[in-house]
Design a protein around this ligand. Structure first.
Ligand SMILES: Nc1ncnc2c1ncn2[C@@H]1O[C@H](COP(=O)(O)OP(=O)(O)O)[C@@H](O)[C@H]1O
Ligand code: SF4
Ligand SMILES: [Mg+2]
Length: 328
């Protein structure tokens, strides 16, 4: 996984620990992932697999108990781990990289009108560039882009006067306003019902194509990921297990965990087949491959050593000693 000029975000060997009263939570173990320019990449995994920790590391907005214990994060050719807070605020957070949060209810300030909050983003973006009114025009255009009807009227309203779906449209508009290179969407449709979710996904898909922005799309839902992502990275218990073009991941999963995950998807008959065993505690995670206690193919090596990622076909990496294809 070497860099290229197309590479916008590159995370290498990222290790993150939380220091808690109960001990050290080993949340991420040498995670690798990258996003190229204009690419929509899914980061998927069950709850607790480390998706939010990975993306919060990129923005360096981890809680105080967290330590980045190792690894490198580069964005647009620059090292985010050595950058000062001042520089991060001036060039990265909410500018080069913006975030669409999971919960549009808590992410808009209830006491200010939507217009005030949009203006704050524009002001906060700094004194450079065109005059305020041109910027406001752009904000209105953006609200039209996310299909908020009569946007000028809407700016006078308060967040609680919008539906969940409309609020998420607002969050998308606000994330795109600073013209970021990368949008991180963390479970941004999870709180919505299925119909609204489909509309938001279609909207996001259209906008990212039009604006040529890259997206790191975090979800625990493979079906949702398949609708929007060109490539998918699968996480399990703080390790990145597989990285493949979406259609290959579904057709030909190389990692035993991914295969189990696909088999556990609800069938048209409605059955969900659980993966036997339990997600391990990250206070004392399994040695070697963290999936080994649940893996039907585990060998002695798997219990001792952490596998490197192998490229089983171009652009398809699997972190496993015994990828599915090599089994009899
Ligand atoms: N503030 C925290 N303190 C201690 N452990 C945490 C904290 N935040 C997350 N974790 C732990 O780190 C692991 C990864 O969590 P998270 O990144 O939130 O996963 P995901 O977003 O995939 O659900 C989990 O085991 C979780 O319990
Ligand atoms: S490395 Fe071993 S335990 Fe881990 S998924 Fe592959 S076969 Fe299973
Ligand atoms: Mg999360």
């Amino acid at each position: 996984m070497t860099g290229s000029n197309d590479r916008l975000l590159e995370v290498n060997d990222l290790t993150v620990h939380f220091h808690t009263d109960r001990g050290v939570v080993q949340a991420l173990d040498r995670v690798q992932l990258f996003v190229d320019r204009g690419e929509v990449v899914g980061l998927i995994g069950e709850s607790g697999s480390g998706k939010t920790t990975a993306t919060r590391s990129v923005l360096r907005i981890l809680p105080p108990s967290a330590r980045i214990a190792g690894g490198r994060i580069r964005f647009d050719g620059r090292n985010l781990l050595t950058m000062s807070e001042k520089e991060l605020n001036a060039t990265v957070r909410g500018r080069g990289i913006s975030l669409v949060p999971q919960d549009p209810f808590n992410s808009l300030n209830p006491v200010f009108t939507v217009g005030t909050q949009v203006r704050d983003i524009l002001k906060w973006k700094g004194g450079r560039g065109p005059s305020g009114s041109i910027e406001m025009e752009r904000a209105l255009d953006m609200l039209r882009e996310v299909q908020i009807p009569s946007p000028w009227e809407q700016l006078k309203r308060y967040p609680h006067q919008f539906s969940g779906g409309q609020r998420q449209r607002l969050m998308i508009a606000m994330a795109l306003l600073p013209r970021p290179g990368l949008v991180i969407a963390d479970e941004c449709t999870t709180a919505l019902d299925v119909t609204v979710e489909a509309q938001i996904l279609a909207l996001l898909r259209g906008l990212v194509r039009e604006m040529n922005v890259s997206v790191l799309f975090i979800t625990h839902d493979l079906g949702v990921a398949s609708q929007i992502c060109r490539r998918i990275v699968v996480m399990y218990a703080g390790q990145d297990m597989e990285d493949a073009p979406s259609e290959r991941l579904f057709e030909r999963p190389g990692h035993p965990y991914t295969r189990e995950l696909l088999e556990s998807l609800p069938t048209p008959g409605g059955d969900i087949r659980d993966i036997p065993g339990e997600v391990p505690s990250l206070l004392r995670p399994p040695e070697g491959c963290r999936f080994h206690p649940r893996c039907p193919s585990a060998s002695a090596d798997c219990r001792r050593k952490r596998p490197e990622k192998v490229e089983i076909e171009p652009g398809h990496w699997v972190r496993c000693f015994h990828p599915v294809e090599s089994q009899p």
